[in-house]
Design a protein around this ligand. Structure first.
Ligand code: CMC
Length: 458
C-alpha cells in the first residue's frame, strides 16, 4: 500500500506490477554483516515483517521499523476512502467528495461508505427505514444523561452515553455474526444524533425532544435540538441541507486518529459501542475534531481584523498555532474546506453574516501569502470555516466536535466492519524500542536515596 501522499491509481497499480527490469523486489544490504536480502514489493510497499529476517546473530529479534505517529506505515488495506494529499483529492468508494456533497445526501453517502456502492431505490429506502427506526434510545439512557453535571461538555456526555449503550445491547458482542454487525450499525448511526441532542438539551436545561422520523436525518436532529413548544418543528431547508452536507464532508477520512482508534480498539473484538466511544474520545482532542471549537476560540482571542497581523507574528514565533490550518495528509488544499466555504455563504444568507468571518478571511489571506505557511504547505482545513457555519446556525462551540462525531460515525463503523472481515488483521499491538534501564535489583524503601529538594518555579 502506498502512503496517503502517493495515490494508488489503477494506472499506477498496473505499473508497480510490471516493473521496468521485470523485478518487483527491494534488495537490502546489511552493512553490519554484509548480507543481502531480497524483499518483495506489493503496491509500492514492503511488509514490515519481511525485515525481521535481518539479523546480526541468529538469536537477535530481527530488524523493525521505527515510525512514531505512523507517518509512513500502512496499517491496513482498505477500499473505502481514497485521499491524494498533494492534489487535494478525497473520494468515498471512488466518488469525488464534491459530487457527493452536491448530489447525494448523508444517509445515501453513509450507505455507500458502509456497503461499498450507491444504493438502488429499494435498498436506499430499506436502509433509511432501518436507521430511522433505531433513533429512539432506552428511557434509562435518558436518566443516565440526567446524571451529568449541568455544565458537562456534550462531547464527554456523548462519549460516555455511546459507551453505555454497550450495556443495553449485549447482543452487540457477537461481532463475528454478520446480521448482528448490521443491526449494531443501524443502531449506532441511528442513535448518535439522539444521544448528541439529549446531551445538548441537558446542558441548556431543556426537556428532551424525541425523534421525529417523518423528518430527514439532519432535519430530525435539528428538531431534537431546537424544538420548543410547537407541535411540529419546522425545519429550515437551507440549514437542513447545510448540516446534511457538513455530515457528508466528515463521513470518512481513511486512517485518521479516531478511525485508527476504532480499528485498534475494535481489533480486540470488543463490541462496536465501546469501540465507537474510543473513536469519539480520539476525535475530542483539539488536534483532531476539537479543532473547529479551537478555531472559534482563536477568532475570539484575536478579536478584530486589525489584530490579525500581530497574531500571525506570534504563530510564526511558535507562540501560537493557527487552528484550522494544516493537515497531516493534505499538503495542497483540503477539498472539504472549498465546499464548506461555498456553503458558508448560503447559510449566512439565512442567518446573517457571522462577524468573525472577516477575521477568518483576513487570517486566510495573510497566511496564504506568507512564506512561513507556504513553505510548510499549510492551508485551511475542514475545520477553518465549519465552526463559523455551526455558530451562525445557533450551535454552541461545545457542540462542534459532537457534530463532527455524528458525521464521522458511518466511516467508523464501515472501517470497523472492514477490519473484522480482513483475514490479515489481528489484535493491534505495536512494537516499541525499549530505551529504559537494564535489569536492576529491588531496593528496600529505607535504603533508597532521598529526592533532592527542588525550588518551586517562580
Ligand atoms: N499553525 C502554525 N504552524 C503549524 C501549523 C499550524 N496550524 N500546523 C503545522 N505547523 C508547522 C509546525 O510547527 C511545523 O513547523 P516546523 O517544521 O518549523 O517545526 C510544520 O508546520 C509541520 O507541522 P507538524 O506539526 O509536523 O504537522 P503534522 O502533520 O504533525 O500536524 C496538524 C498536522 C493538523 C496536527 C497540524 O497542522 C495542526 O496542529 N493544525 C492545527 C489543528 C487543526 O486545525 N486540526 C484539524 C485537522 S483537520 C480535521 C481532522 O481531520 O481532524
Amino acid at each position: 500500500m502506498p502512503n496517503s501522499n502517493t495515490p494508488l491509481t489503477a494506472e499506477k497499480r498496473e505499473k508497480s506490477m510490471t516493473p521496468l527490469n521485470g523485478k518487483n523486489t527491494l534488495t537490502i544490504t546489511d552493512n553490519r554483516t554484509g548480507k543481502q536480502y531480497e524483499i518483495p514489493i506489493e503496491h509500492d510497499t514492503i511488509r514490515a515483517m519481511d525485515l525481521r529476517q535481518i539479523k546480526v546473530k541468529d538469536d537477535d529479534f530481527g530488524m523493525m521499523t521505527y515510525d512514531p505517529a505512523f507517518m509512513n506505515t500502512a496499517a491496513c488495506k482498505s477500499k473505502i476512502t481514497f485521499i491524494d494529499g498533494d492534489k487535494g483529492i478525497l473520494r468515498y468508494r471512488g466518488y469525488p467528495i464534491e459530487q457527493l456533497a452536491e448530489k447525494s445526501n448523508f444517509l445515501e453517502t453513509a450507505y455507500l461508505i458502509i456497503y461499498g456502492d450507491l444504493p438502488a431505490r429499494v435498498q436506499y429506502e430499506e436502509w433509511v427505514n432501518n436507521v430511522m427506526m433505531h433513533t429512539l434510545i432506552h428511557e434509562n439512557v435518558k436518566k443516565f444523561v440526567d446524571g451529568f453535571h449541568y455544565d458537562a461538555h456534550p462531547m464527554g456526555m456523548l462519549i460516555s452515553s455511546v459507551a453505555a449503550l454497550s450495556t443495553f445491547y449485549t447482543d452487540a458482542k457477537n461481532i463475528l455474526d454478520r446480521d448482528s454487525r448490521r443491526l449494531q450499525i443501524f443502531r449506532i448511526v441511528g442513535k448518535m444524533p439522539t444521544l448528541a441532542a439529549f446531551a445538548y438539551r441537558h446542558s441548556v436545561g431543556r426537556p428532551y425532544v424525541y425523534p421525529d422520523n417523518e423528518l430527514s436525518y439532519a432535519g430530525n436532529f435539528l428538531s431534537m435540538l431546537f424544538k420548543m413548544t410547537e407541535l411540529k418543528y419546522k425545519v429550515h431547508p437551507v440549514l437542513e441541507h447545510a448540516l446534511d452536507v457538513l455530515f457528508i464532508l466528515h463521513a470518512d477520512h481513511e486512517q485518521n486518529c479516531s478511525t485508527s482508534a476504532m480499528r485498534n480498539v475494535g481489533s480486540s473484538h470488543v463490541d462496536p459501542f465501546a469501540a465507537t466511544a474510543a473513536a469519539a474520545s480520539a476525535l475530542y482532542g483539539p488536534l483532531h475534531g476539537g479543532a473547529n471549537e479551537a478555531v472559534l476560540m482563536m477568532l475570539d482571542e484575536i478579536g478584530t481584523k486589525n489584530n490579525v497581523t500581530a497574531f500571525i507574528k506570534l504563530v510564526k514565533e511558535g507562540k501560537e498555532r493557527l487552528m484550522g490550518f494544516g493537515h497531516r495528509v493534505y499538503k495542497n488544499y483540503d477539498p472539504r474546506a472549498k465546499v464548506i466555504k461555498r456553503l458558508a455563504d448560503e447559510v449566512f444568507e439565512v442567518t446573517g453574516r457571522n462577524p468573525k468571518v472577516d477575521i477568518a478571511l483576513e487570517l486566510e489571506r495573510i497566511a496564504l501569502e506568507d512564506e512561513y505557511f507556504i513553505k510548510r504547505k499549510l492551508y485551511p482545513n475542514v475545520d477553518f470555516y465549519s465552526g463559523l457555519i455551526y455558530q451562525a446556525m445557533g450551535f454552541p462551540v461545545e457542540m462542534f466536535p459532537v457534530l463532527f462525531a455524528i458525521g464521522r460515525t458511518p466511516g467508523w463503523v464501515a472501517q470497523w466492519d472492514e477490519m473484522l472481515l480482513d483475514p490479515e488483521q489481528k489484535i493491534a499491538r505495536p512494537r516499541q524500542l525499549y530505551l529504559g534501564h537494564d535489569i536492576r535489583e529491588y531496593v528496600m524503601m529505607g535504603k533508597r536515596e532521598e529526592p533532592k529538594k527542588v525550588k518551586p518555579e517562580a
